[in-house]
Design a protein around this ligand. Structure first.
Ligand code: CA
Length: 309
């Protein structure tokens, strides 16, 4: 995937639409949590003229349904911090929000007094105009669909992802590994988050791009080619529903969460609306035929009249 390509493109006015949902999938309870909010952001440059969005997926873990406490705390803390300080540098804001969420979840885990540890993954995207800033910890992922190709934006903090990076395992082996769900970093597990975390990725969106955020209950079972086909076929609400249904049909044994961001050019949307307003083609061509027939008849009558006289 050639991300540098974006620098050669003329700045395009874009319109972003977002949808997200979570489902118990193959389990009785849901320890995943999802967030999708429109933000009031005083943007920098042309980002300020577009609506901004925060989208996030968290996948909690901990005994006695305590995983859902961790994922909810992550989503709530992130949502509150981003909404409170919308004008800030987005990457810095996400780093601070992840750190705060880590503190809140760690304290909550200790507060039970039974020595249980709770934690959660978190992947979050802030979209301001054409600028997307993505942060992650754990193995919930963000993907980019561009020119019919899927690129994984985030890198998992997991045992198998580290082995793939070292070259001791292929990505196909990682997908099949019984250890594929062992994560190396999560929010809430340690008192202080590793200073290198969360990982931050910044991309410039292009018209026709799609972003997918998802938990491992989704990406463990759904193939890359199916993700591309579904998001290109449906609008975001339809795509989210179809992606979750697909993961369940494929027999996921985990909770399933997916969020989809679609990027359109403002020109494409305006053209679509103009087409809807235009006179139907059938009616306009009938008008042309009537007028032409009228002219031919008139000329014929004049010729006959001249000949007779
Ligand atoms: Ca999961």
């Amino acid at each position: 995937m050639v991300l540098e390509q974006v620098r050669t493109e003329a700045p395009a006015e874009i319109v972003v639409s977002v949808s997200a949902a979570t489902d118990t999938g193959g389990r009785p309870d849901n320890e995943d949590a999802v967030l999708k909010v429109a933000l009031e952001m005083s943007g920098v440059g042309d980002a300020g003229t577009h609506p901004a969005y925060l989208v996030a997926v968290a996948d909690g873990m901990g005994g006695h349904q305590r995983g859902e406490v961790a994922s909810q705390l992550a989503i709530e803390t992130l949502g509150r911090m981003v909404a409170e300080d919308p004008g800030a540098d987005t990457a810095l804001l996400l780093k601070q929000a992840f750190r705060r969420a880590n503190d809140v979840i760690h304290q909550n885990g200790r507060g039970t007094g039974d020595g249980s540890i709770i934690g959660t993954t978190l992947v979050a995207a802030v979209i301001r105009g054409k600028y997307a800033t993505i942060a992650n910890i754990g193995d919930s992922r963000a993907y980019l669909v561009r020119a019919n190709q899927l690129t994984q934006i985030t890198r998992d903090h997991s045992l198998v992802a580290d082995q793939v990076a070292e070259g001791s395992m292929t990505s196909d082996e990682a997908r099949q590994s019984p250890h594929r769900n062992i994560i190396t970093h999560a929010l809430g597990h340690r008192q202080k988050l590793d200073p290198k975390l969360p990982s931050i990725f910044e991309i410039i969106l292009l018209p026709e791009d799609r972003l997918i955020l998802c938990s491992d209950g989704f990406h463990d079972v759904v193939q890359d080619s199916d993700m591309v086909a579904v998001v290109l076929e449906h609008d975001p609400p339809g795509a989210v529903g179809a992606l979750i249904d697909l993961a369940k049909t494929l027999g996921t044994t985990d909770n399933v969460t997916a969020a989809v961001v679609r990027v359109d050019s403002a020109k494409t949307i305006a053209a679509r609306e103009r087409d809807l307003d235009a006179v139907p083609a059938g009616r306009s061509s009938w008008l042309v035929i009537l007028v032409v027939t009228g002219i031919i008849l008139f000329v014929a009558i004049v010729i006959v009249a001249v000949m007779v006289l």
